[in-house]
Design a protein around this ligand. Sequence first.
Ligand code: BEZ
Length: 220
Amino acid sequence: MSCTDDHHDHGPTGIPRIGDTAPDFTATTTQGEIKFSEWQGDSWAIMFSHPADFTPVCSTELTEFARRHDEFRKRGTKLIGISIDSVHSHLAWRENLKKLFDVTIDYPMIADNGRVANLFGMLHPGESATATVRAVFVIDPKRTIRAVIYYPLNVGRSIDEVVRLLDGLQTADGNGVACPVNWKPGEKVIVPPPKTEKEVADRLAADYEKLDFYLCKKSL
Ligand code: BEZ
């Protein structure tokens, strides 16, 4: 695997944070060599790491991402997996998953040697020195990291929550709003807090669900 990093716009720990530009790199994947930024193009991207090929929890997660790939496609979002395993291992596991679950992993899986995992802070030595934790990076079309989820080795992620997070980000971006606890598409959204006296007055006159002047909801 070859890989270069050409962006260092992230935090003091070296781990890219929300609001940082995603590090760029080249890598070997199950779909060939890629430069991440070119592969992403002008789509949203979700990169998720798993600890190791041929492990049970990871098998359930990767097949669920594949079953729900169309939901991500509909949201203009590309999926890519990554672990510190060889491409031969990824390809063999992919065949095995097809046989066991009748599911084809139709997104690329990065065969990493630790370089990309380190660029993205996916190795948490207290959890494992050699296996990536279950990380999810949501990256927008401008290549800004918009959300990061970390899960431990022994609990699988909720793909429902990954889809909900993506819906929340895209809804917030598209409408200049925020999304409350447990929000789901179709439910009311939060109108951002007013910043001036006039905005307070406007809001009090508006047809919002008002709990207080700073906590108003509206339908889209
Ligand atoms: C799993 O995917 O089942 C797994 C992987 C690494 C450590 C523990 C569980």
